[in-house]
Write a protein that binds this ligand. Sequence first.
Ligand code: GDP
Length: 319
Amino acid sequence: MTGFPSMSPSTRIYIAGHRGLVGSALWRHFLQHGFENLIGLGSSELDLRDAHATATFFRDARPEVVIDAAARVGGIAANARRPVDFLSDNLRIQLNLLDSAVSNGVERFLFLGSSCIYPKFAAQPIPEEALFTGPLEETNEGYAVAKLAGIAQVTAIRKQHGLPYISAMPTNLYGPGDNFSLHDGHVVPAMIRRFHEAMLAEVPFVTCWGTGMPRRDLMYVDDAADAFHFLLDHYDGERPINVGSGSDVTISEIARIIADTVGYRGEIRWDESGPDGTPRKLLDIQRLADLGWSAKTPLAEGIRTTYDWFLAHRDTYRH
Ligand code: GDP
């Protein structure tokens, strides 16, 4: 339980990163729920890596609630190729946001971690207690170390200032507005694009990365936005809380669903020299379930909606 009232439509909510996958879902969600004072700035208007600019923005905009959905994110290949960008940019973005929030009297802050910052060989399903207990997956160590620092900062702020700031640990998210880059995107958008292009070109086979054996817990991003709103109203714990779907599928099952969704009839092959990453990362969602929240969108339905979005935005999607 929380010791403060639920947010109301007039609450001034700053959604950092409101044009990204998660931020745009949050924006849609709060608009649909009648919120009238949403604040969002594109990265060309405010560079969150700039401490002075971020502090000035907070002084002027005076948000009451902040959701940090701003981060440098990318799939397994992007993380492996540019580790220092993932480390340095994310450290600076979250440090500036959290410091500015504290010094400008922000009442509540939701920091978003990620399931990929748990130890590589954590027990499955992964309980929140597994954080900080073992070696990380090397393909995204830069990103993970930055996000772990953010979680530590939220905990420290709670201890030192007594503020009800919280962290959530979302599972792998996908949906409208995703990054459909073949090289830098996550598995769902990258495969949607790959299979769509293969379907159009009628190529006889599509080669996906790795063995197809790793398992992932996937959640449609609008469900995640709903969960984050729910947590801001109902959760005030010191520990980060997992936000997952409760089940996982293999990468090859994901490929099958995507091939069926886009109508690709050729063969699916696996390039076993490619990276598999973490073998499995199914989140333990008992604590979230105990609070009374669960995801609603089945995987095939979420992938269908994402594909429809991709088709409607073929000329403008990120790639
Ligand atoms: P991860 O959950 O951090 O490992 O991120 P990804 O979503 O990038 O990758 C998930 C899994 O899908 C990994 O085992 C990848 O090797 C596999 N995979 C297969 N094909 C692709 C692809 O085209 N793009 C990406 N990003 N991953 C792929």
